[in-house]
Design a protein around this ligand. Structure first.
Ligand SMILES: Cc1ncc(COP(=O)(O)O)c(C=O)c1O
Length: 379
């Protein structure tokens, strides 16, 4: 059985790799105690020599274990954008490996944000972010964000060409838009019907934001590929990745001679993975999934009170992530600046929306202060 970590530029079926346990200067020692001189500075990069332990496998095993996708493996990247591009490449590659190279089409939703590499720039549905970068990726199309019927029509029309549907379960960067009821279930059903892979971009939602490890758990919908970053280390170190489900694994592992020619120098970087382990342990040990629900409920109650007073247009969001849609006579940039002067950091999306996504350990007093400052900054 291959391990949980899907290695870059390697055969996905390969079972044994040298596990570098220890390094000192130019010397490395594997888990059998063999001493080696690293005459490649690992991958052209290790200028100052070694001194760290490799924990990528351990982190991959833990993430695969937490994931709602059964028998999953994990491909590490250095960021969310790299995770998105990796997922898009893996989706297309899966169909090529399964004998269907004509399945190249990637469908994404308007308003979606999928990072800033060329794959994610092509897939994202925020037009301003796509301007000025020349020709973007071919065979990437968009559908209206919340329209399951439009998705169904497009997928029927192009059924045999589709590689994958990529979506954020909750659209974050666009201003926090939860999915309409039943939308994610319908997306899953349509992907099954048309032989397409479902990619959940969980760069924002994974690791507790919705009171579950993944949004997939919260909504009860299981994707084929899941991207993550941000919350996996709480930003203490850069790390991202793709959780790879059975269908993708089957395609990658069916031929023992196949080499997965994709990867990054920093895929599974030990320092980042150590931060991930520490972070995941804190989320577990301090009960932060439950805390997300508790803290989020207080935040939501405060926001809803502001909404019901008619002081904003409406509030969107779920569990511990919210967007406050302002009235036409209000300006999000001004509200953000005013709040900042009063010591609360929020994000303005355009002029219409203020977003909130506090750490899961935020105290009741701090939540109350956020609400107070928002309320007094709206005037
Ligand atoms: C849903 C989603 N995907 C991808 C990304 C890109 O992640 P990164 O900025 O780490 O490249 C982001 C970043 O905000 C995101 O919200």
């Amino acid at each position: 059985m291959p391990g949980a970590f899907l290695h870059p530029f390697a055969k996905p079926t390969r079972e044994t790799f040298i596990t570098v346990e220890r390094g000192s200067g130019a010397l490395l020692w594997d888990s059998d105690g063999n001493e080696m001189i690293d005459a490649m500075a690992s991958l052209w990069y290790c200028q100052i020599g070694h001194g760290r332990s490799d924990v990528a496998d351990l982190v991959a095993a833990q993430i695969a274990d937490l994931s709602p996708m059964s028998n999953a493996r994990v491909f590490f990247t250095g960021s969310g954008s790299e995770a998105v591009d990796s997922a898009m490449k893996l989706a297309r590659l899966t169909h090529v490996r399964a004998g269907h190279p004509e399945r190249r089409l990637i469908i994404s939703r308007d308003r979606g944000y999928h990072g800033t590499n060329y794959g994610g720039t092509s897939a994202q549905g925020l037009p301003l972010n796509k301007e000025g970068y020349g020709e973007l990726l071919a065979d990437v199309v968009h559908v209206p964000a919340d329209d399951a019927e439009a998705l169904s029509v497009l997928m029927s029309e192009r059924s045999d060409e589709i590689a994958a549907l990529i979506m954020e379960p909750i659209q974050g960067a666009a201003g926090v838009y939860p999915p309409p009821p039943g939308y994610l279930e319908e997306a899953r059903r349509l992907c099954d019907q048309h032989g397409a892979l479902l990619i959940f971009d969980e760069v924002i939602t994974a690791f507790g934001r919705l009171g579950t490890w993944f949004a997939a758990d919260h909504y009860g919908v299981v994707p084929d590929l899941t991207t993550f970053a941000k919350g996996v280390t709480s930003g203490y170190q850069p790390l991202g990745g793709v959780i790879v489900g059975q269908q993708v694994r089957d395609a990658l592992e069916s031929d023992a001679d196949f080499i997965l020619r994709h990867g990054y120098t920093y895929s599974g970087h030990p320092t980042s993975c150590t931060a991930a382990l520490a972070n995941i342990n804190i989320i577990k040990n301090e009960g932060l999934l439950a805390e997300a629900i508790r803290m989020g409920a207080r935040l939501e109650a405060g926001l809803k009170a502001i909404e019901s007073d008619g002081r904003v247009d409406h509030v969107r969001g779920e569990v511990a992530i919210f967007g406050v849609a302002l009235r036409a006579d209000q300006n999000a940039m001004t509200v953000r600046e005013t709040m900042l002067e009063k010591g609360v950091i929020v994000r303005a999306i355009g002029t219409e929306t203020v977003t909130l996504c506090p750490p899961l350990i935020t105290t009741d007093d701090q939540i109350d202060r956020i609400i107070d400052v928002l309320a007094t900054s709206l005037e």
